[in-house]
Design a protein around this ligand. Sequence first.
Ligand code: Z5A
Length: 212
Amino acid sequence: MKGCLISLEGGEGAGKSTVLEALRAHLECLGIKLLVTREPGGTALGEAIRSVVLDEQMGQVCAESELLLMFAARAQLVRELIMPALDEGTWVLSDRFTDASYAYQGGGRGQPEGRIAELEAWAASGIKPDLTLLLDVPVEIGLARAQVRGVPDRIESEQSGFFDRVRSAYRERAGLEPSRFRIIDSSQDIDSVAASALAAVDEFMIRQRDSK
Ligand code: Z5A
């Protein structure tokens, strides 16, 4: 039986790192064979692209280059790790996936949605997560949290208007695909955010089981 792909999305300071670890522990505890990965990154090529695309020293990176670099990393990740894992029944938990390109490069940078959809179909082989948890937090709260993290990278250095557009794009996507997305209110304390995420995954697994 094929594995399931779960993605974790959200804006700055939404708590993805904490939730990812809670989900990893939960799924492994249930005996599910799991691959945890991240975007951009996850493979040697992807991690090299990540260090370039997030490098503050890169200066002006045009939106087209940024979009293509995200998909170059994703194309490699999908073929090298995600497809083989899903085919052998391993579940994949990914810290961001293609929805991030719709939100950051589409919503944030204004790249046309149709272009992103073409890249999704071609470079990402049309693979969509079975479940996407959107950790949603008002931009001002998320940015205040993220400030304690140290030197911001190139994308983290954007203005709040950019992150407002990113958040709107994420919420719009969640509205269009309500059966795939679960929106988690991440303005709650971190333990409650993690508990809501685990509950959403449990509910997903019940739905999966009942559909068989
Ligand atoms: N990107 C893109 O543009 N296009 C794409 O297609 C893809 C990605 C795939 C790297 O992603 C960047 O790439 C990202 C989007 C872009 N750029 N930005 N900006 P990333 O996911 O690796 O980077 P990130 O968004 O900066 O993720 P992060 O560091 O993993 O963020 P987080 O996990 O959501 O935040 P956190 O580190 O967990 O939280 C930040 C602080 O807030 C930390 O001190 C926490 O303890 C605190 N926190 C978190 N939640 C709470 C709550 N609930 N209460 C109190 N304090 C909290």
